[in-house]
Design a protein around this ligand. Structure first.
Ligand code: ADP
Ligand code: MG
Length: 294
């Protein structure tokens, strides 16, 4: 039978906007020693803005942005929305056929007769795009500036680097400090590039060795199981479609209420306030509830 105290605890949680799937979740919460955080949409707002476009010689910036934006318009990814919004602000978006989104990679589609591929380097390469030294240099410079740099290829020719950036949530640094004060190790896990991840980590007080960047969606779950194999009891906090396998793999999956349905379905706890401070609250609630029961 379920102790009544645990039910009271989940009820308390609900009042605080912390939706707990079942009473046993509170017991699992007490055993945690490692909290893994997704970056985009979890530590940061996930609301990205376009900050610049750089093109190869002979390619017009507005044209490159327009093509990328037309294709990205069909993706729900925050990066896609930023690029589509910037493109739409300069001219109406063109029609796209054959749209495909590759989770954790990017998108592709045909505009007129042109095949447009947009996303991270490995995604472009998987589509037969060769990235030469100057392309890599442009990418590197954009990333050094702290941006998430997205590459654009047209008919398999590299054409542009589009920079997007988002903001760290006001509450993140304090919430992460609270978790660390409770003796928890806080890890940042992201598909985004190393320099952006390192910059965000530094701003919120996560140690450099606790940053796992450039991780593909399938490997996010593997990163969790690797920690579990070291004997860690792990909570994963995320919001995206790409976080769902990791949320399911973790001892405790925690989704942002603003997150995708897939993430919420995979999670044990949903935070309606979209705020990492609620992770601390859930942990404190668990400790308090269990000590009351004993
Ligand atoms: P995160 O782990 O930060 O939530 P994702 O796993 O969703 O990030 O994406 C990882 C990387 O894949 C992004 O940083 C970006 O380079 C690329 N990417 C994914 N989706 C898109 C898209 N729709 N357009 C452009 N790039 C994308
Ligand atoms: Mg995310």
């Amino acid at each position: 039978a379920t102790p009544i105290g645990l039910l009271v605890g989940t009820g308390r949680g609900a009042q605080m906007g912390i939706l707990i799937r079942g009473p046993q979740v509170l017991e699992d919460t007490r055993k945690l020693d490692t909290i893994v955080l997704d970056k985009t949409g979890t530590v940061t707002t996930g609301v990205m803005a376009h900050t610049g476009t750089r093109t190869v010689d002979g390619v017009d910036e507005a044209t490159a942005l327009a093509l990328a934006g037309a294709v990205e318009h069909h993706s729900e990814h925050p990066i896609a929305q930023a690029i589509a919004a910037a493109a739409a602000a300069q001219a109406p978006l063109a029609e796209v056929t054959g749209f495909h989104a590759e989770p954790g990679g990017g998108v592709k589609g045909t505009v007129g007769t042109q095949l447009v591929v947009v996303g991270r380097p490995s995604w472009l390469e998987s589509q037969g795009v060769t990235l030469d030294e100057s392309a890599r240099q442009m990418l590197h410079e954009a990333e050094q500036a702290g941006a998430t740099a997205i590459l654009v290829a047209v008919d398999q020719q590299f054409q542009a680097v589009i920079s997007v950036a988002d903001k760290i949530k006001d509450s993140s640094a304090k919430a992460i400090a609270e978790l660390q004060e409770r003796g928890l190790r806080v890890v940042l896990l992201t598909g985004d590039n190393k320099s952006v991840a390192a910059e965000v980590a530094a701003q919120v007080g996560i140690k450099e060795e606790d940053v796992f960047a450039g991780v593909f969606p399938a490997d996010k779950a593997k990163a969790i199981s690797a920690l579990q194999e070291q004997g860690k009891v792990v909570a994963m906090v995320g919001d995206g479609v790409n976080d769902a396998p990791a949320l399911a793999q973790a001892d405790l999956g925690i989704a942002m209420g603003s997150g995708t349905d897939v993430a919420i379905e995979a999670a044990d706890i949903t935070l309606m306030g979209n705020d990492l401070h609620q992770v601390t609250q859930a942990i404190d609630l668990s400790a308090k509830t269990l000590s009351t029961i004993k």
